[in-house]
Design a protein around this ligand. Sequence first.
Ligand SMILES: [Zn+2]
Length: 416
Amino acid sequence: MKKLLAISLAMFIFVLGFGITESFAESNELFIKSDILYSQTIPDPNSLIIDSETVTVNLDVLDSDTITITLFDKTFEATKDYVDFRSENNYAWTASGDWGVAVLTVIDSEIYGKIQTHDGVFIIEPTGLGLYAINEVDVNLGGDYHPDTDLDALSTAAQRAYLTVEEWKQIDTLQNSYVHTRDYRPNTVTIDVVVGYTQLTADEIGERKIKTKIQRSIDTANHANQALKLPVKLVLMDTEKVRGYEEKSLIALDRIALGDNSERDLNRLRALSVNADVMILLTYPGDTKSEIEKYGCGAASQILAQSHDLSFAVIAYPCLDGVTMGHEIGHLQGAAHNKDYIRFGDMSTKNPWSHFPHGHGFYSVKDQARTMMSYDCDSSETDGGERGKCTAWELWSDPNQPFFGTVTPTGTEKEN
Ligand SMILES: [Zn+2]
């Protein structure tokens, strides 16, 4: 009887094994669920990770135009938008569709991905031994990207750029001649970015992981430009550990420090950024929601950087999983928040509008979605009055192209 059982079991395993081999050969599944270390986190209101699963990855499928992605119990087909090769073993594979957006940064045969669907934001990272974690994360960190103190502290600082009459004329001409169906990418402008990170960030996270996350945040910001065929491409020029500098209690204070030449510990980062277009400092305020909310997610020098010296921003490391890199560099390029956000009263100085009619964020209450420049929907517009009702997507809006397939920004100033 025992022998029979053993034989049946062996046959069963054989058939099962055969079945698995068969389905592998035919499938374009990127993620294969792993039973080995499957773990499900208990949702913790103070944690950024909502849910987690363990998978292995079949990198070969990225040679195909269409791949199958399964995130927890949802499966969809993703068709490639483009692949941005930096080298054979360092590239970004991107896809988007009605289901959402996927940006997979591949470095040394490992994936550091961000996939956003209408169900949530999923971060894919290697955990060692060939396994990966798919973490559903909360990216609605406090809803806004600049704490009040940030704006108060800087209310007297330059918040407007001063352009010459000639420059304004040039911008007017460009805006009037913009054709949304045209592909402007042949004339792409490259924005070179240098990113420094504090010693504490390096100690807490590890430098390799920081660098991969930086690259992925650049890749997701670039996807937003590519999606609208915009002639802008961010290029990560260099990364650097900033020794000796300790982050302060508020991101506003770190922003002041980064703009203050007397902060000698930041001089090396400044020197490294001399030939770059944008300088970013990553800081580490902690890894819980409350710590990040207290500190702030990001702070740009100003809306439309007036000069090379003012083209910088500070970003809290945990916010790289969200849209903060694209958001802060967007500010430096001249984009502002959604124009209907009247939280700070005096919009002209504390929450300035963009210098450009099409330079504002956009949100859709119906779709519970917003572009990367928009603050969250007004609580009075949503049923529960909760924050985080409109999830941020790393996308720009366009008055002529639907955002989310159903919503087209109306008016002339909400889109960017
Ligand atoms: Zn902002």
